[in-house]
Design a protein around this ligand. Structure first.
Ligand code: XIL
Length: 528
């Protein structure tokens, strides 16, 4: 199966990312049975990164410096160091940072190629190197050093990885760093003020550093076997429930420490590692807390398709990608390697390419993912505590205009230094009907990403047009989730098919990237 049947011919909205990707990409992948090029083919993105960007998502890959073939920049808009940022590699004595050469190479590569970086990972029982057995105070030193080492070049950091036990117990692991925990009142959790919780303390430290240093980096917790609401046979996924309790506690007041949750998504035939039908519902449950959800380490064992790495595995990939696309705050997917042959679990044949050393062939699963991404987000469900983001970028580091942007926002496949914490723009009450728009900016030297939030007034709207006078010298290079007219002076954006209808008081987002300075931009919204 080539996965072409669902092609829709929808307008290609994001041209800049696709063009940039085409420029940086060389000829790496040899297509095995590529899709037929039909009349509509020109209207679909032809790389994973460009296809994902249409929905405001990144599509990423785990890599090491030895795997930085041109296919990486062409197909992927996000990079996770597979091993090179783990404490085993970069932690020195007493929480210092050392030996960052490989990590630097990856970060620089990502910046050059407009890819988002996920820092992976700080506090983890495994591959802990000199941090193994460390005190909270040493962990805190390390957390600070790691955050400050790369600053905003890292959009997302896995602050805590794999804190929960195997076998669906719903308990935390019992090895370090869990041994730092203390359940003072013996009620079975570590959430009370009198309890000690290394998860809380680690995120507290990370949040403090982010705030004090004005970073936009988002702080994530990551784990596996947490993907479904249920496990094989329909029993509750207690591990996922336990993660939910942690995220619920530490993403909300009074803490507000956690911005994002990673479902590792190493799917295989372990009863707790299957692709369950309630994957989307579980993603939605976390998204409803207001955090971003990412599928951070995706691979799908061919055991889940009777060893078929053709149509069967492709169907599994479709299911997973669709579940993410259908939740607005599921803002990125990362595959754990390029090719089956080079995967950490090569016998599972669970990735999108075969081949090695830069000679890669696309599998059916690749075409299925590309096709599914090109279909875009088909249902979006607004979350109660945040926007329903649809633009790929970054949370604001500054924002201006006519309404507020209350929650952290999106990843930026095309933004070299994107990310985080919610900063609010000046608020004026929305008009009684019609719409208002606010601009949240994430800037770097010579460029910016703007995330524009369109909010309906007291009545629903069926479409919108946003007009933005650009500062002198600024011009737009790339837009997502809106149709753009003009690139400099005054630019106008109208909704695309899936985000024109906005319920009373609800919001949607689009975004654009520009060169020059975007500082001071304001936006005017007209409803239709
Ligand atoms: C794996 C790497 O892929 C391997 O190369 C390494 O030998 C072990 O770690 N969960 C994680 C990742 O969070 O860091 C792991 O990566 C895979 C499981």
């Amino acid at each position: 199966m080539t996965g072409t049947s669902g092609r829709t011919g929808r307008l290609r909205i994001v041209t800049g990312i696709a063009m940039a990707a085409a420029l940086v990409g060389g000829a790496a992948a040899v297509a095995l049975g590529p899709p037929l090029v039909g009349a509509n083919a020109a209207a679909t993105a032809d790389t994973l990164r460009a296809a994902a960007a249409q929905s405001g998502m990144f599509f990423g890959v785990a890599a090491s410096p030895g795997r930085l073939n041109s296919i990486v920049a062409r197909e992927f808009s996000q990079l996770t160091p597979e091993n090179d940022m783990k404490p085993e590699t970069i932690a020195g004595a007493g929480g210092t940072i050392q030996n960052t050469g490989n990590a630097d190479t990856l970060v620089n590569y990502a910046q050059t190629n407009s890819m988002v970086v996920r820092g992976h990972t700080m506090v983890w029982y495994s591959q802990a190197g000199q941090l193994q057995g460390a005190s909270q105070s040493t962990l805190n030193t390390y957390i600070k050093n790691a955050l400050l080492k790369w600053g905003n070049k890292i959009s997302y950091w896995d602050v805590v990885n794999e804190s929960l036990d195997d076998n669906n117990t719903g308990q935390r692991r019992n090895q370090w760093p869990h041994t730092l925990d203390r359940d003072a009142n013996g009620d079975g959790d570590y959430f009370d003020a009198s309890d000690t919780d290394y998860i809380r303390e680690s995120f507290r430290q990370a949040r403090q550093v982010v705030q004090q240093s004005g970073l936009t980096t988002k702080l994530c917790i990551n784990d596996y076997d947490v993907e479904g609401l249920t496990v094989r046979g329909g029993a509750k996924n207690k591990k996922s429930d336990a993660l939910y309790d942690i995220v619920k506690t530490y993403s909300q007041e009074p803490y507000k420490y956690i911005d994002c949750v990673g479902f590792q998504s190493h799917f295989n035939d372990n009863p707790n590692s299957i692709i369950s039908d309630d994957l989307q519902a579980n993603i939605q449950r976390f998204a409803d807390l207001g955090v971003e959800v990412h599928l951070t380490e995706l691979d799908i064992d061919d055991d889940l398709s009777n060893n078929d790495i053709g149509d069967g595995q492709a169907a599994n990939y479709r299911k997973v990608v669709r579940a993410c696309l259908n939740v607005a705050k599921c803002t990125g997917i990362t595959v754990w390697g390029i090719s089956d042959n080079e995967s950490w679990r090569s016998s599972e044949r669970g990735l999108l390419f075969t081949g090695s050393n830069g000679s890669y062939q696309k599998k059916s699963a690749y075409y299925a993912v590309l096709d599914e991404l090109n279909k875009g987000r088909q249902t979006t469900s607004p979350s109660p505590s945040g926007p329903s983001p649809s633009g790929p970028s970054s949370s604001p580091s500054s924002s201006t205009s006519a309404s507020s942007n209350p929650s952290p926002s999106n990843p930026s496949p095309s933004n070299p230094s994107p990310s985080n914490p919610p900063s609010s723009s000046p608020v004026s009450p929305p008009p009684p009907a019609g719409c208002s728009a606010s601009v949240a900016l994430n800037s770097w030297d010579g460029g910016f990403v703007a995330t524009v939030r369109v909010t309906a007034g007291s009545a629903p709207i069926n479409g919108w047009t946003v007009t933005i006078p650009l500062p002198a010298g600024a011009s737009v290079t790339n837009t997502w989730n809106a149709v753009q007219s003009g690139t400099s002076d005054t630019v106008q954006y109208t909704n695309v098919s899936y985000n024109g209808r906005v319920a009373a008081g609800q919001s949607t987002e689009f975004g654009f990237q520009g060169t020059g300075s975007g500082t001071g931009m304001t936006a005017v919204c007209a409803a239709s």
